[in-house]
Design a protein around this ligand. Structure first.
Ligand code: FO1
Length: 318
């Protein structure tokens, strides 16, 4: 077995499940060897500030700042600024803590000073002491929009304000056709020894990344081991509404459906042991299945899952 710690890994990531997986990964691989391509379809502007929730969830989790219960925001944060904003008449539906707000203020300051989102992200990561390379998938406009029985809803209005309650009709990644991959994105995929699709919502979190020009076609052509970790266990999403969304889009919530969504480029699929019965059907798609415990209830389990995922990727490559 190759020394795992020498591998260069590039991960596609969005959301809390991805961040927890990556927290385990950086215990197995030095941070300098890890590139992360982050979803920005969930980004929003509030109070004039640019907020990148999926980038921040990753930064805070890897810097051990994240609120562990929620999986987003900062542990122990207060909400005094938001309380004051409600006195000024704002509806504080998006819970921005005081310390979290500092990140959005600094990011917005950097963007207004002329930095791109990827340059601003690099600066934020450095200041938090991180050595991973976190790259937003694009510096251009890319926004996930939900068309629902309540009309057109920007992603966070559907996800947080409306608690995913409206029935989803379709998901659109606005700007994806024109958006260019940010500098370093295609190179990170080309140079990686292993490419990982984190246990993220395949439609809402990985979907916007794959929709950016050149990424899906690069994955299809890649000779590297490409491995995904299923975010669905026994028909249920580990975190978030992936199962509900799949049902509303006419898809069966299951690891098999996730495999079908990635079948044009995926080589190995890490599936929970509870889904052993799906193995033959997934393997019929030409994807090797590795069964393991994918429930990441603590750091040791996050590390174990990261290690199993890397081993699974290397086995097919030998
Ligand atoms: N999720 C919520 O369910 N409610 C919130 O009020 C909320 C605020 C928030 C603030 C900053 C941040 O970085 C993330 C935040 N999230 C919140 C999480 C976020 O909406 C989603 O988990 C992601 O966009 C999906 O990956």
């Amino acid at each position: 077995m190759e020394d795992l710690s020498k591998l260069k890994v590039t991960a596609l990531a969005g959301g809390v499940g991805a961040a927890r997986f990556l927290r385990g990964l950086i215990e197995v691989i030095p941070q300098e060897n890890v590139s992360i391509i982050g979803n920005v379809g969930d980004d929003l502007t509030l109070y004039g500030l640019h907020i990148s929730p999926d980038l921040d969830i990753i930064m805070y989790t890897l810097a051990d700042l994240v609120c562990k219960d929620k999986g987003w925001g900062i542990e122990g944060d207060s909400f005094k600024c938001l309380n004051m904003l409600s006195r000024y008449g704002f509806d504080p539906w998006f819970k921005l803590g005081d310390m979290d707000l500092a990140t959005h203020i600094y990011r917005t300051y950097l963007l207004r000073s002329g930095l791109t989102l990827s340059q601003a992200t690099l600066e934020l990561c450095k200041r938090l002491g991180l050595k991973i390379r976190l790259i937003p998938v694009t510096n251009d406009y890319l926004r996930t929009v939900i068309y629902s029985d309540a009309g057109r809803l920007p992603f966070q209005e559907y996800f947080v304000k409306r608690r995913c309650e409206p029935k989803l009709l379709s998901v659109v990644f606005e700007g994806a056709e024109e958006a260019e991959p940010a500098p370093g994105v295609l190179e990170a995929l080309e140079e990686a020894d292993v490419i990982i699709l984190c246990p993220s919502n395949p439609i809402l979190s990985i979907g916007p990344i794959l929709a950016v020009k050149g990424i899906r076609s690069l994955l299809r052509k890649s000779l590297r081991p490409i491995v995904a970790v299923s975010p669905i266990v026994a028909g249920k999403a580990l975190k978030g509404p992936a199962d509900k969304i799949m049902l509303e889009l006419g898809l069966k919530p299951s690891a098999l459906t996730v495999a079908e969504l990635y079948r044009d480029f995926l080589k190995v699929f890490v599936v929970d042991v509870r889904d052993e019965s799906l193995k033959p059907e997934v393997e019929q798609l030409g994807i090797k299945v590795v069964l393991t415990d994918t429930i990441m209830s603590d750091l040791n389990k996050q590390i174990a899952l990261a290690r199993e995922t890397l081993k699974a990727a290397l086995e097919i490559h030998m």
